[in-house]
Design a protein around this ligand. Structure first.
Ligand code: EPU
Length: 417
């Protein structure tokens, strides 16, 4: 078993460069299935979820070459192979295989996704979309079976602005007959990234990033080259870590516009923020004001930064209230932070956090962002060693976390037991 060992208390100093976005990459890789020729993805993050996706495509017959931050996917030999088990079970985003395979082959058998199960994560809106496009969808022994004679464009109103459902419907509709309109679509930057790739492949998608997306189906898509947007959640995690350790860090290769909800909250706390074209400097201060935070769909405060933010708010004076309106119970980091001495209680969708000192402890990450929260908490504790297990979750979303933190002066290392 691997663990992260942290001796904190050192202000983070220096520059960290952010990799491409995980939540884009794991949609862009399956999107390549829709093309008839090679797709090249640049600025790819080095993550276990990306490795699993490359394995899935290879099992289908694609040729995948991955060197550093570039992946070349030749999907021309891909076959329609059922995938009820195997690597699809390892990650949440394998649900994109449904939209991509349905778009290309008009059929798919995909095992229900695994991944970070911090609470039930239904896919009813994805299925509603596929059915509206003309597919028959059944759940047989834990695998989703999709089949359509042909897919035809239609109007789909999402009951919730789901990132996954919006992307999945775009994937299937890109090769449907006629126009599909998604209303109440999610507006996250990763959706624009996927639409940009699909358009470079020859799709006709308008309105990505707004609540109405129009997809004019085409019969064939071709290869292209695409550079993935920076990971706003990784960037936010380093911004929070810099502030929590009262450091001074330049976070490079970010799109400051994507970070607005976080930068506004940090400024409200009294943290110094300097914005440049593609970077943000975070300047810690001796004391921070308490704030209330509401995690919402984009452009609101990201739910994926809710857990790391909890750790930062333990460093503020007074009582902060952090509510999550995307997921109702994404608080698996809280009992672990309490183990470290944090004064936090959960009431309904909210964590009520009273600022105070934390202690080193042995803690367990139950999901990816909970893991980031525990690492940040450990970085604030100068006495003793904080041990974080559940490293496999952290590796799903943080490219070079340990080496990046060490470059910023943190005393962090991996230990295998
Ligand atoms: N929802 C439904 N039905 C659906 C789909 C979603 O009720 O069919 C609900 C969910 O239960 C949730 C809300 O809608 O309450 C939003 O879920 P969404 O579908 O937007 O989430 P997702 O696509 O499953 C992606 C990211 C998550 C991130 C959320 C919200 C990927 C693979 N995952 O999940 O990222 O938290 O959007 O921004 O892109 C992470 O990176 O740690 C992570 C969990």
């Amino acid at each position: 078993m691997e663990k992260l060992m942290i001796t904190g208390g050192r202000p983070l100093q220096g520059t960290v460069s952010i990799s491409g976005a995980k939540n884009s990459a794991i949609a862009l890789i399956p999107a390549a299935i829709l093309a008839e020729s090679e797709v090249i993805l640049d600025n790819l993050p080095l993550l276990s979820d990306v490795a699993v996706y490359s394995e899935i495509l290879e099992e289908l017959g694609a040729t995948v070459t991955w060197e550093g931050s570039q992946m070349k996917i030749d999907p021309s030999s891909i076959k329609s192979i059922p995938m009820p088990n195997g690597p699809v079970k390892k990650l949440r985003a394998s649900y994109y295989m449904m939209g991509a395979m349905l778009g290309r082959f008009k059929e798919a058998i995909i095992g229900l996704p695994g991944g970070c199960n911090f609470e039930p994560r239904p896919i009813d809106q994805h299925i509603k979309g596929f059915e509206a496009l003309g597919a028959t969808v059944t759940n047989e022994h834990g695998a989703i079976h999709l089949h359509a004679k042909e897919l035809h464009g239609t109007k789909i109103y999402l009951d919730v602005s789901s990132v996954g459902a919006t992307i999945n419907i775009m994937l299937a509709a890109a090769r449907a007959k006629g126009a599909t309109i998604i209303e109440n679509a999610a507006k996250e930057p990763e959706i624009i990234d996927v639409a940009t790739l699909l358009n470079s492949m020859g799709a006709i998608i308008k309105g990505a990033g707004t609540e109405t997306i129009r997809i004019e189906g085409v019969s064939e898509l071709h290869g292209c080259r695409h550079s993935i947007i920076p990971d706003r959640i990784q960037a936010g995690t380093y911004m929070i870590a810099a502030a929590a350790t009262r450091g001074n860090v330049l976070i490079d290769n970010v799109i400051p516009k994507h970070m607005e909800a976080l930068t506004a909250k940090m400024q409200e706390m009294g943290i110094g923020i300097e914005e440049y074209d593609e970077s943000i400097r975070v300047l810690g201060a001796p004391s921070y004001e308490h704030v209330d935070v509401k995690a919402l769909i984009y452009p609101g405060f990201a739910t994926d930064l809710q857990s790391p933010m909890t750790s930062l708010l333990t460093q503020a004076q007074g009582v902060s209230v952090l509510s999550d309106f995307v997921y109702s119970n994404r608080f698996k980091h809280v009992p672990e932070l309490v183990r470290m001495g944090a004064k936090i209680r959960v009431e309904g969708r909210s964590a009520i956090i009273e600022g105070g000192r934390l202690n080193a402890a042995k803690v367990k990450a139950a999901d990816l962002r909970a893991g980031a929260a525990l690492v940040i908490a450990g970085l604030t504790v100068s006495e003793g060693v904080t041990e974080v297990t559940g490293v496999e979750y952290i590796d799903r979303g943080y490219d070079h976390l340990v080496s990046n933190l060490r470059l910023l002066g943190a005393d962090v290392w991996r230990q295998t037991e």
